[in-house]
Design a protein around this ligand. Structure first.
Ligand code: UDP
Ligand code: MG
Length: 228
């Protein structure tokens, strides 16, 4: 996190401008990471194969959310053979929402793909997401058509949370996931908000723009267990 955190969040314009200089990167792949060291090399390897096939320039924006395993060491090792890898490390575990916001802030691409580091967001969807983006959609939402293997408690809490959010906000988040593609314009709108306790999934719905939805079945975790 920014060491000036105590001074409150920077004004929205400053946050936005910091992000504006656009390099020639087409896609930024933002991945929040908490205790993913054991399978990070495998996950990035699989994601890379799908990105390389697209023939577009890309960067990885990894956010180590204060992991207490070897996630940061693995990132350092991988960066020696992957020039397109950029990463930041939080001073402690701040949670996935903070990691996603930081990833959006450092990304430089014309579009961002936000996905998990445990392969539960199937990278084989990336070409179709990019295709829908080039057709003019500014946000592509990957939507869970099946929730995959979860404990009964997790499923109950997720369903109750989505029902409550729908009632309070008017947005139907049923099946919504954090796996999304955001055009730079949508990401900039997101970053210009004054929120500093963000709900990425809800805000992405709230900011509007032209959405396309892509169903997917949630596969099992690459390794380890859910942090929730
Ligand atoms: N994550 C994070 N900070 C946390 C918890 C999780 O950055 O405090 C990351 C995690 O590394 C993964 C993604 O958020 O890339 C989703 O986490 P997880 O797989 O534990 O959740 P689930 O798939 O069960 O929703
Ligand atoms: Mg997961």
């Amino acid at each position: 996190m920014d060491e000036n955190d105590d001074d409150g969040p920077p004004p929205p314009a400053a946050r936005w401008e910091k992000n504006t200089p656009m390099s020639d990167v087409t896609l930024s792949v933002i991945i929040p990471l908490y205790r993913e060291g054991r399978h990070l090399a495998e996950s990035l390897g699989v994601i890379r194969r799908h990105l390389d096939a697209l023939n577009e320039t890309y960067e990885f924006c990894l956010v180590d959310d204060g992991s207490d395993d070897d996630t940061w060491q693995v990132i350092n090792t991988l960066s020696q053979s992957m020039p397109q890898l950029r990463a930041i490390r939080f001073s402690r575990n701040f949670g996935k929402e903070a990691a996603l916001a930081a990833g959006l802030e450092i990304s430089r691409g014309r579009a961002m793909i936000i996905m998990d580091g445990d392969l539960q967001h199937p990278p084989e969807l990336i070409p179709r997401m990019v295709g829908l983006w080039t057709e003019g959609n500014e946000i592509v939402d990957a939507v869970k058509s099946e929730r995959g293997r979860e404990s009964a408690l997790y499923k109950f809490l997720a369903t109750a949370f989505n029902a409550l959010m729908c009632r309070l906000s008017g947005f139907d988040l049923h099946g919504a996931s954090d796996f999304k593609l955001l055009d730079r314009r949508a990401a900039d709108a997101w970053l210009r908000l004054r929120e500093n306790r963000t709900f990425y999934r809800g805000i992405t719905e709230w900011i509007g723009f032209r959405h396309a939805r892509l169903p997917f079945v949630v596969p099992s975790r690459a390794d380890g267990k859910s942090a929730w």
